[in-house]
Write a protein that binds this ligand. Sequence first.
Ligand code: NAG
Ligand code: NAG
Length: 333
Amino acid sequence: MHTRNLVVLLPFLSSHVSAHTFIWGVFVNGVDQGSFKGIRTPPYNGPPGGGGYNNSPVKNLTSIDIRCNVMGDIQAPDTIVVRPGDNFTFDWHHDKRSTNDDVIASSHHGPSLVYISPDPPTENSFVKIWHEGLYEESVFPNPGKWSTTQNIAANGGSMNVRIPPGLKSGHYLIRAEMIALHEGEVSYLNVPARGAQFYPNCVQIEVVDGGDVELPQGVSFPGAYDYDTPGIVYDVYCSTETPKTPRATPCTTRYPIPGPTVWTGAWADTTSVPRGPIEGPTTHTSWSTWIRTSTVTSASYTDKKSISVVGTSVYTPSWSTTYQTPVAATGRW
Ligand SMILES: *[C@@H]1O[C@H](CO)[C@@H](O)[C@H](O)[C@H]1NC(C)=O
Ligand SMILES: *[C@@H]1O[C@H](CO)[C@@H](O)[C@H](O)[C@H]1NC(C)=O
């Protein structure tokens, strides 16, 4: 089903490669379901020849990677069991699953969004169940209070949603996303070195003890966002510039969150739930080990001693059109 050519590898060594934010675990009603469980964790996909990242941001809005990140079609071995009304907390981190992790770089201001879709997704199947953007407007010289940096990061990586009331039993994917707009004042289409950075992550859930509620029509990924969608091109620093700076367009401080409105059947207001202890590792496999032992789409990393770990592989995403029962670990972690 999945095309994976695994090719890798040169001498291994331990090294540090920059990471970007991703989901390390989920809590159901405050109970941790275990590190990396149920999560389609993005793989190493750093640019060849550079430092690379575990998950470079997705910037291409027509790429399938915008759906569930790179290799998002590959199932996690586990599925998280939930019931309608459950409080579901994503635990986002950067370098480690710990309260002193910075969660997301402090410059990465932007909105957070959560969608739910039947698993596997079909045309227009992603329904938005929560979002948050600029929740306190900019007052010079601050960029305002943004969901990613001032809520999610400030609250230890917790992003809270609730499983919609009465939702039908079955298998779903929850697509949680942070969008970093620090380079978003221009479109990636016009200036490929810049543009909004997307960090989508998908979690496999099974709703049990469900009701009769079917999801309404939603949006597709790719498809939901376009390069000129309001809120994709947006200058978060606009308000920090002196009013004397000549501007082609006036500075807006009212931020339009991209994508559809939140489904009226969802819990638009969610509250944080006290989190119990973390179950499982708080650190991840080092990127060099990952490159060495896992599928990577493209990787090259040179550590401070200039010894390189290189991996390359060809990967063709292949989304099934019918639900597949996850199989045991594939070596991603
Ligand atoms: C974006 O992704 C599409 C679909 O995979 C691809 O055809 C296109 O070349 C990509 N664009 C860029 C700039 O990489
Ligand atoms: C979820 O959180 C809300 C608000 O704190 C609470 O009223 C509700 O009982 C919680 N649901 C479950 C299933 O614990």
